[in-house]
Design a protein around this ligand. Structure first.
Ligand code: NAD
Length: 468
């Protein structure tokens, strides 16, 4: 077998498999190595299966509001096993889709665990094959796309046991739905699972060490989201740090430190969602002398590392830890390797949390813009006066825009409400094209749509909203 490739990609998550597709399109002879399942965490244990769970939760919770729509139904129940099975089937379908795409682009898929060894050009890649034995691959270039996993802190019990203390992986396939749940950490993972289990009726308490939830989001948007979550019955303990988590006879107990006092909360189960760490173990990166910074590979703009011929993309190359960032970096990295001219425009990276309500943002928060010394014009517009939102009975939330007062450039947009994860792309495109307020004012937004709130929030920044 010929094991000499133009490109060897390690890891078949959204970074790795997209890199392989683009390489195939550009005519590079490409191999991709995956130790688990094609599609990585995103397709198998992250973005996709959680969206399936959240949809089940949304439909189920929605049934309790049927009277608002002049409807009724006898009884309301869920089959938890079937909910989980649906989510697993969705993941399997997409993973099979990646297998098809690899075949279509003539990418060689190698099932196994890779490690790197210094060589005169790009590092040589040794693979412990899943089926037994070893295989050595060489590439003119090697891309490291090994992703990340849940951060665990076993010293204080913040580590999954697969039974009652869950990481995101465990939280996706428990045998039964908990009646009560502690969620430790209020980032995207914590909030999405809190939203899902609350939708199924669990008593959910989210514990966050910082003084607000979704700390990366604009403070006002995070505050509005918190109010909406509280109306759904979620309980938040902010400025409360979990110092110990342990199993009890029947569930779990968390010790918190808040306001200088210690207290204990108990529940059936807990989800640990306190961040992620890059997957670098066993790859031989230390022997190679790969430069790392706080556990992530240090890369240049096209993913180049300090090692000749070795590139890194996605989670393993640092924040933000988002699938779409990995996919975007994949294309740029492969085009750089293949010598394709680089794109001129730089897109900001949007962030989405798929809870009920959803949260989405792009660019600078108001606070970050001000901290950077920018003079800003800020617009706000609520969904409660939008025709489509009222007709749909989904009036929660708002959109906030941040413009540079000097140039009129849109520099940030922040949203909480129904379907805002679909809306944010409008502002992302606007920012990529360096749109100003005039460009957005001049744009026609279809009526009636939720997107009109984007227009109104932009007009509001300049004191001229139409419908309020
Ligand atoms: P995170 O880093 O976003 O949030 C973790 C939170 O836990 C922080 O707010 C932190 O203050 C808090 N925390 C840490 N230790 C604590 C303690 N002892 N007690 C109480 N609170 C504590 O991490 P995450 O939610 O696990 O997500 C990991 C990454 O995955 C994120 O960077 C996120 O971008 C990404 N992700 C994104 C999506 C999405 O876009 N929808 C979904 C899942 C994950």
């Amino acid at each position: 077998m010929d094991d000499a490739f133009d490109l060897v990609v390690i890891g078949a998550g959204p970074g790795g498999y997209v890199a392989a597709i683009r390489a195939g399109q550009l005519g590079l002879k490409t191999a991709i190595i995956e130790r688990e399942a094609l599609g990585g965490i995103c397709l198998n244990w992250g973005c996709i299966p959680t969206k399936a769970l959240l949809k089940s939760g949304e439909v189920y919770e929605g049934l309790s509001h049927l009277a608002d729509y002049g409807l009724s139904v006898e009884g309301r129940a869920y089959d938890f096993t079937a909910v989980i099975e649906r989510s697993r089937k969705v993941a399997q379908q997409l993973s099979a889709g990646v297998a098809f795409l690899m075949k279509k682009h003539k990418v060689t898929v190698v099932d196994g665990n890779a490690r790197l060894e210094a060589a005169s050009g790009a590092p040589r890649v040794w693979v412990d094959l899943k089926g037994g034995g070893e295989r050595v691959l060489t590439g003119k270039a090697v891309i490291l796309a090994t992703g990340a996993r849940a951060r665990e802190i076993p010293q204080i019990g913040l580590a999954g046991d697969g039974e009652r203390i869950w990481t995101y992986r465990d939280a996706m396939t428990p045998k039964a739905a908990p009646k009560s749940l502690l969620v430790i950490g209020s980032g995207a993972i914590g909030i999405e699972f809190a939203s899902f289990y609350r939708a199924l009726g669990a008593e959910v308490t989210v514990i966050e060490a910082l003084d607000r939830i979704l700390p990366l989001e604009d403070e006002e948007i995070g505050g509005a989201a918190r109010q909406a979550f509280e109306r759904r019955g979620l309980v938040f303990r902010t400025a409360a740090k979990v110092t110990k988590l342990a199993k009890t006879k029947t569930g779990v107990a968390a010790d918190l430190e808040a306001d200088g006092k210690t207290e204990r909360l108990e529940a059936d189960a807990a989800i640990v969602a306190v961040g992620i760490v890059a997957n670098l173990e066993g790859l031989g990166v230390e022997a190679l002398g790969l430069t790392l910074d706080r556990g992530h590979v240090v890369v240049g703009p096209s993913g180049a590392t300090n090692i000749t011929g070795l590139y890194a993309i996605g989670d393993v190359a640092g924040a933000p830890w988002l699938a779409h960032k990995a996919m975007h970096e994949a294309v740029r990295c492969v085009e750089h390797i293949a010598g394709v001219a680089e794109a001129h425009l730089a897109s900001p990276i949007p962030a989405c949390t798929y809870s009920e309500p959803q949260i989405a943002s792009v660019g600078l928060t108001e606070a970050a813009a001000k901290a950077a010394g920018r003079e800003v014009k800020v617009g706000r517009f609520p969904f409660r006066v939008n025709g489509k939102a009222i007709a749909q009975g989904e009036t929660t939330g708002m959109i906030k825009t941040v413009f540079d007062a000097g140039t009129g450039a849109l520099i940030g947009a922040h949203m909480v409400g129904s379907e805002v994860t679909e809306l944010i792309q409008g502002f992302t495109l606007a920012m990529t094209l360096e749109a100003t307020e005039e460009d957005i004012f001049a744009t026609v937004f279809p009526h009636p749509t939720l997107s009109e709130v984007m227009h109104e929030a932009s007009l509001a920044a300049y004191g001229r909203p139409l419908h309020i």
